[in-house]
Design a binder for this molecule. Structure first.
Ligand code: ZN
Ligand code: ZN
Length: 407
């Protein structure tokens, strides 16, 4: 891919994605195989007058070695210096940029049970820091084609061609064209208009059906609002958490989901794939699940903590989105979730609560926002999906017909 185009993309992530402020620190999380692009992002961040940019590198083979050779205790221990670092981030509130490029199946064979036990140990210690920053930080997830990922998406192609094809797909669906920042302004307006209409309906519940057997009703929180595209942090800074983004999403009422839902795309969880699965809900809780591949992993995911069995997000995405129309299965949540209606298990978004800027995280959770150490999106949209909303005064309004907006 041409350097000039990649620089435009790096600039989009810095300016429109996290919207780096003068004097702000920036944290970048990236895979070890992307040094050139990460350097471009770092340079753009300094051009935007960042004070200090720090990169945290990840490498999947190392992750596997750590899990294999360390004990649950050492994996799950949060050292004093790590706590000090978390405290530092609470004080300085750096922007967070996640550049994903990893192999969707790259942690296959890792001991999930061990990892889960370690996470369960460390998470309660890290959570208070995370909660204190919740809503105050600007963050953005964007993608770069890793070699193994590109080969998974375009099997049978030689690696360099597969990488180039994946670059094209990422950049076109991320609206990196002649003027990406103007394109994003227009796109954000479209998403905000769509959400405004949904919010005017005062939806009490959504009923999903499809010919694959999906028949699920999810209750809404009266104070919750559909959101999409650009958000504003509690510091008053606008940012775009996902590049690309096509969804109008809301966090549902914890404890209000009945019925069964079937996945329509594979889910990569902790670097391993779960395919062709279903989850059945009673009183909001996942009480039964099964999968053609990765059934055990799915059960592990749903039992990570109490909240992992409850829904955290309902997102509406038409089958006619640019990502869906690309016809590509990305094996990556950032893209696949923006090509299909999806739900998420686990943590809900407190910032979907009306006037959340003036509420505490606890107040938002009391209204019915779920809390968990996980937030895992999974795709349920298809060409036969219909969604009906029941409003507060009992009217039934079509929201989706045959996989696309009904209005
Ligand atoms: Zn989503
Ligand atoms: Zn999500």
């Amino acid at each position: 891919m041409k350097k000039t185009v990649l620089k435009e993309y790096a600039r989009l992530i810095v300016r429109c994605g996290v919207n780096v402020q003068k004097g702000q620190d920036v944290l970048i999380f990236a895979e070890l195989d992307q040094p050139e692009f990460v350097a471009m992002v770092v340079e753009e961040a300094y051009k935007a007058k960042a004070r200090k940019v720090t990169v945290e590198w990840n490498y999947q083979p190392l992750q596997k070695l750590h899990v294999r050779h360390r004990s649950v205790t050492t994996l799950g221990t949060v050292t004093e210096w790590e706590k000090a670092r978390q405290e530092h981030y609470c004080q300085t509130l750096p922007c967070r940029i996640h550049i994903i490029s990893e192999d969707p199946d790259g942690l296959k064979g890792m001991n999930m049970d061990k990892l889960m036990k370690a996470r369960q140990k460390s998470f309660p210690i890290l959570k208070p820091y995370k909660d204190r920053r919740e809503g105050y930080e600007q963050w953005c997830i964007a993608a770069v084609p890793g070699k193994a990922w590109a080969k998974k998406v375009f099997p049978g192609m030689r690696t360099s061609l597969a990488v180039e094809k994946l670059w094209e797909a990422i950049l076109s669906t991320s609206r990196v064209n002649e003027d990406p920042i103007a394109a994003w302004e227009k796109h954000n307006k479209d998403l905000h208009d769509r959400c405004a209409y949904l919010n005017s309906l005062q939806i009490a519940s959504l009923h999903y059906t499809a010919d694959n057997g999906t028949d699920l009703t999810v209750g809404m929180i009266p104070e919750a609002r559909f959101c999409g595209g650009e958000e504003v942090s509690k510091q008053g800074i606008a940012f775009n958490p996902n590049i690309p983004s096509e969804e109008c999403f809301i966090s549902p009422m914890r404890g209000k989901a009945e019925g069964i839902v079937y996945s329509t795309k594979p889910l990569s969880y902790q670097g391993q794939l779960i395919e062709d699965f279903y989850i059945r809900f009673e009183n909001g809780k996942a009480v039964d699940s099964g999968a053609k591949r990765g059934a055990e992993l799915l059960k592990t995911m749903l039992t990570m903590d109490e909240g992992a069995a409850y829904l955290g997000e309902c997102a509406l995405v038409p089958q006619r989105s640019p990502i869906a129309e690309s016809g590509i299965l990305f094996y990556n949540t950032l893209f696949d979730e923006n090509a299909s209606c999806h739900l998420a298990m686990g943590m809900g978004y407190a910032d979907t609560i009306e006037d959340h800027h003036n509420k505490t995280l606890e107040q938002c959770r009391e209204l019915g926002i779920n809390d968990s150490m996980i937030h895992e999106d999974f795709m349920i949209g298809c060409d036969t999906m219909n969604i009906d909303a029941t409003t507060g005064d009992g009217k039934v309004i079509p929201i989706f017909r045959n996989g696309n907006w009904a209005f």
